[in-house]
Design a protein around this ligand. Structure first.
Ligand SMILES: Cc1cc2nc3c(=O)[nH]c(=O)nc-3n(C[C@H](O)[C@H](O)[C@H](O)COP(=O)(O)OP(=O)(O)OC[C@H]3O[C@@H](n4cnc5c(N)ncnc54)[C@H](O)[C@@H]3O)c2cc1C
Length: 386
């Protein structure tokens, strides 16, 4: 797949990351999953090479680039069969929020480690009783002297087992109005009152999901990220990169599946010509290629707007990119599995597990329907049913 609308630096980054990804490859991820561990070797090497923190400020050990560059890193690793899901969370959401809104102390404490991969941060917003309706979250922080006490529950939080902290979205009470407003806290997973339980997922992935229970977790004043009154703004600053990165994750996975299917369709011959000569096989693969390219174009637009500081414009584009990429990925994986016939369902060819994995991008971090709702209301001005 050729790169489009990219600078020479972007193209060079793409090919360097692709080369790293190829050195590890799908088999490496399959092995780490079987061993029940995180792909630490790839994570560490990508960190050393500056890829994990490519979006973070140079003053704190990052590459000084933006989400455009970090999305390239994730897409290329994914295309090589070894996506790093924690890239969506650690440098993209947590790194961005801390770089943009954190105190000087938080920036110094966290950004160099997030940039070189020696520290990892998870992100927790989803709650069992709120789900897609994040206005309904009830994890609440109340003041106790100079400290905060944080109480609540979270579900599906990725990578808590390997995280040095979780950036938790909670609420504090507005002293004037009594209304609850969102706030972000850096919470160490070994804090008293912090419990985690792995969720038994039907996913072949190195990253695990957890349910969290926070029971009066005591946090120092310095655990609150940035400004108590600007929580929503700070939250949105992290959510656009999350959507753009999920799009890159999906495009990478789609490309990986498509690549394997094309390779197979060129060789596999059961009549006179290879199966790839039959249009019933070739056309859906061509369609998948087109749809992945289109999704990447929207992802590039969203990343460009975000990196240029247009948070509002980036919001619509990031949602559209996530939607388009997830749909393109689900279709590409489905067609890839079908192209391999029976082999599509064998472990040896490694595509069947992607059927489940591809669905993640359709559900998280915001579902297909919630994006269609957003576009119906925000872009088209249609009324709301909920
Ligand atoms: C692998 C994985 C990793 C995750 N990692 C994280 C993480 O690290 N941190 C984190 O905070 N969260 C994480 N999540 C959670 C994810 O963001 C949520 O699953 C997602 O936001 C959807 O919420 P829900 O599962 O509660 O679904 P629900 O909100 O219960 O939705 C269920 C279905 O109803 C539909 N629906 C709901 N409301 C409407 C409506 N108004 N109109 C039309 N349809 C509607 C949805 O589209 C969906 O199809 C992860 C999830 C997965 C699967």
């Amino acid at each position: 797949m050729s790169a489009t609308l990219e600078t020479d630096e972007h193209k060079a980054l793409r090919s360097a990351v692709a080369a790293l990804g190829r050195r590890y490859g799908r088999d490496y991820i399959t092995r780490t999953v079987a061993e029940g561990r995180h792909p630490v070797e790839l994570w560490a090497e990508a960190g050393k090479l500056g890829y994990l923190g490519v979006n973070l400020p140079e003053a704190y050990g990052g590459g000084g680039g933006g989400i455009s560059e970090l999305a390239i890193v994730l897409e290329e690793l994914g295309a090589a069969g070894c996506p790093l899901l924690m890239l969506v969370v650690s440098p993209a959401i947590c790194g961005t929020v801390i770089a943009r809104f954190g105190t000087e102390e938080q920036k110094r404490a966290w950004l160099p480690g997030l940039a070189d991969g020696t520290r990892t941060m998870a992100f927790g917003i989803t709650e069992p009783d709120a789900g897609s309706n994040s206005h309904r979250i009830t994890t609440t922080a109340r003041r106790d002297g100079a400290d905060w006490l944080l109480t609540g529950r979270k579900v599906f939080i990725s990578g808590v087992d390997i995280a040095d902290a979780v950036l938790i979205v909670g609420r504090t009470e507005d002293a004037r109005t009594g209304r609850l407003k969102p706030c972000l806290f850096i919470v160490p997973p070994d804090a008293d009152g912090f419990q985690r339980r792995p969720i038994d997922m039907e996913l072949t992935a190195a990253e695990k999901q957890f349910e969290l229970v926070l029971d009066d977790v005591r946090l120092p004043a310095g655990a609150l990220v940035g400004d108590e009154d600007a929580g929503l703004l700070q939250l949105f600053a992290g959510l656009n990169p999350e959507r753009i990165m999920t799009a890159a994750f999906a495009i990478g996975m789609g490309r990986h599946a498509l690549g394997r299917a094309v390779e197979y369709a060129r060789e596999r011959t059961v009549w006179k010509a290879p199966i790839g000569a039959h249009q019933a096989i070739a056309h859906p693969l061509a369609q998948a290629h087109i749809e992945l390219e289109l999704a990447r174009l929207m992802t590039q637009k969203a990343a460009h707007l975000y990196d240029a500081g247009d948070d509002m414009g980036a919001g619509e584009a990031a949602n559209m990119a996530k939607y388009a990429a997830a749909e393109a990925c689900v279709k590409a994986v489905d067609q890839a599995v079908h192209t391999l016939g029976g082999n599509g369902l064998t472990r040896e060819f490694g595509l069947a597990s992607l059927i489940t994995a591809a669905r993640v991008a359709r559900i998280a971090p915001v579902s297909r329907e919630m994006i269609l709702n957003y576009v119906s209301h925000q872009s088209l001005g249609l009324p709301k049913s909920y």
